[in-house]
Design a protein around this ligand. Sequence first.
Ligand SMILES: Nc1ncnc2c1ncn2[C@@H]1O[C@H](COP(=O)(O)OP(=O)(O)OP(=O)(O)O)[C@@H](O)[C@H]1O
Ligand SMILES: [Mg+2]
Length: 264
Amino acid sequence: MYRLTGVTKRYTRGKETVEALRGVDLTIADGDQLVIQGPTGGGKSTLLQMIGGLDRPSSGSVELDGVDLGTISEAKLTRLRAEKIGIIFQAFNLIPTLTAQENVETALVPLGVKPAERRERAAEALRSVGLGERLSHVPSEMSGGQQQRVAIARALVKNPKVLLADEPTGNLDEGTRDDIMALLEGLWREHGLTFIMVTHDSSIARRAPRLATIKAGQITLTEQGGGAAARQRAYGQQAQGQQAYGEHGPQEQYAQQQYGSYGY
Ligand SMILES: Nc1ncnc2c1ncn2[C@@H]1O[C@H](COP(=O)(O)OP(=O)(O)OP(=O)(O)O)[C@@H](O)[C@H]1O
Ligand SMILES: [Mg+2]
C-alpha cells in the first residue's frame, strides 16, 4: 500500500519557485483504484511522478509497502520501478523504430529476463490487450488506440502491482476512450492492480470509486462508492473486444534495437 505524508514538491527555475505540491497526505490500499483530477497546473502529474518514483519529494515521504521512495538509493528505486510499477502516458511514449513486440519487451530487459522468455511474454501481453495480430507492426502502422494498447501491454508484461496512468485517453476519440477504459478496468480487476489514473475527462472521474481533486498543490478526497460498478456497466459492453483492424502496409525497416532502462 501507499502512504504519502506531508508531500511537498518545489521546482526552482532561476529565481522563480513553483510549489507544485503543498503537503499532500494520502493512503492508497493494495488493489484500490484512485482517479486524480483537477485544473491544469494543479499538480496532478507531479503527484503521479512522486507515486511512481520518477522524482523525489522536496519534503514529506512517499512510502510503498513501507519503503520510502524519496530516500532509497537511485539503484534501488530504479529496480523497484522496473519490478513493481507500470506507467502509461497520454502520448503513448513508444519507441518508433521498434515493433509492438519489441516495445513490450523493453520492460523486461532491466529485469534480466532471457530473450526467448521476453518474446513469449511480450506476445502474450499483446494478445491480452487484443493485439495478437499486430506483433510486428511499428507504432506508425497502428492507430492511436492500438498504440495505447501496446503501451498498456508494456506496462503490464512485468506483472507489476501498481499501474499508473497520466491521461491515458487524452489523445483518443470518445469511442476509443471507452474501449481503452474498459480494457484498463478489466485488467485492474483481473490482476488485482493498484490503479492510479490522472484524467481531465469528467465522465471518467464521475465513475471513479475514489476521486482525488488537486488544486494549487492541495488534495481533496471524495469517496464515490459504487462508482466501479457503474463504470463496469458503462464500459462493459466493449470490454476487450477485437476491433475490425484496417490494412497496413509492409514494414520497410527495422532499426537496431536499443534496449535500455525505461522504467515502464
Ligand atoms: N520540471 C518542472 N520544472 C518547473 N516547474 C514545473 C515542472 N514540472 C511541473 N512544474 C510546475 O508545477 C506545477 C504543477 O505541474 P503539473 O505538471 O503537476 O500539473 P498538472 O496538474 O499535471 O497539469 P496538466 O493538467 O496541464 O497536465 C505547474 O505550475 C508547473 O508549471
Ligand atoms: Mg499533467
